[in-house]
Design a protein around this ligand. Sequence first.
Ligand SMILES: NC(=O)C1=CN([C@@H]2O[C@H](COP(=O)(O)OP(=O)(O)OC[C@H]3O[C@@H](n4cnc5c(N)ncnc54)[C@H](OP(=O)(O)O)[C@@H]3O)[C@@H](O)[C@H]2O)C=CC1
Length: 451
Amino acid sequence: MSAPPRVCVIGAGSSGIATAKVLLERGIPFDCFELSDRIGGNWVWGNRNGVSAAYRSLHINTSRERMAFSDFPMPAELPDFPRHDQVAAYFDAYADHFGLREHITFRTGVQHVAPLPGGGFDVALSTGETRRYEAVCVANGHHWDPRWPEPAFPGADSTAIEQIHSHRYTDESQLVGKRVVVVGMGNSAMDIAVDASYHAAATHLSARRGAHIIPKYVFGRPYDQIAGSERIPGWIRWPLARLLLRSVTGRMTRYGLPAPDHKFAQAHPTMSSRVLDRLAHGAIHPKPNIARLDRSEVVFTDGSRATADLVVYCTGYRISFPFFDTGFLDPGEDNEVRLYQRVFHPRVPGLYFIGLVQPLGAIMPIAERQSELIADHLQGTYALPGRLAMLAEIAKHRQAVAKRYVAARRHTVQVDFDDYMRELSRERRRGAKRCAPESRAAMRAVSRTSA
Ligand SMILES: NC(=O)C1=CN([C@@H]2O[C@H](COP(=O)(O)OP(=O)(O)OC[C@H]3O[C@@H](n4cnc5c(N)ncnc54)[C@H](OP(=O)(O)O)[C@@H]3O)[C@@H](O)[C@H]2O)C=CC1
């Protein structure tokens, strides 16, 4: 067997550490580079890397049991929906338990990745050094490059109202005593509107589209533990969940919110028990989309106005790869990246992506399973299909996403957690069959040792 390829892992957030752990376990040599002085990425509030989107009140909205890595349960004494520092501490414990730290180079950014004509990559680091690798695993996250409203609302450049993106929101001191308009109906908007409802002088929640807001508990259990299983197909899971949620929350219009223009599970889930409470208490005023910004007033599309000191745009994030040349895999305005099985670049062998999905569920177990597939590929026990078959799968997936989800830039990397997890396992078996017989024997040996 030839020597395993040397691998570069970009980022030591939740996805990067999953990859590092699998590569280490498989004996595949790698270097992991992390911009910050610690692991945890987005889950580290005030991360010195300067790009974490975390805020003081952040709690994960996937339950403890559903977000944990498969072989490292979250401590039972943690709450069902842990706070950011508890999640970050869990990642620290994972890195320590599996001995990952010595393989991570901290305070070192990857500045440029150049695929080489004959295969492999030159990776330029912030230290000035360039290293050559046979494979690159991209785990730089996709919730750090703020997407502002496009185009900007009329008057945005001349108003006296302060405007920030949710990415710059760190704690409630930014809201105290202000009249605040929170824009968006995603999870950032819910959390920030709730914070504002306790600390601001007035809170308006502006939605251009309604959302089915999911409470964290349904019938006394974390909502994602009801019908959340790879064994339950989507056509059973979602109608069941729809029914349960409707019976728990009732119609969104009951809270003064717009009726969603789509069915439940046709958009990335918005989860918040607290926002429904605060709306019910009259502490948050629902509003339609912004029409324009005047000097000190926000004018909404229904003609109503609100005097405001601060607008917080919770309008999501762009997928960005600052280390690739412009034009190479540029997600562009469509925010789209075309990858086989959401992991493999169909034209550049050895270029892998981990966690570049937005699941209806947690990313950590997905990152782990994607990493197993990558490790199989690096060890020759998983083979990709031909390029045409890969492009066909990508096209089919894009069609399925377009059919299933509301057309929005935030849905381009959307996957159903359980269905995608099942698909990754199936793909692993399909890829093993595509391998030569001796590689299949190696695959069986790997399965036996990891069982
Ligand atoms: N507690 C947790 O675990 C948290 C998790 N997150 C996660 O982070 C990710 C990012 O979430 P978030 O920051 O909320 O971003 P999202 O992309 O999920 O949501 C963006 C929201 O802004 C709206 N929007 C976008 N552009 C405009 C515009 N020009 N005018 C008006 N509205 C606009 C979108 O509407 P439309 O639907 O029409 O596009 C959508 O409601 C998600 O995966 C989320 O689940 C975020 C916060 C907390």
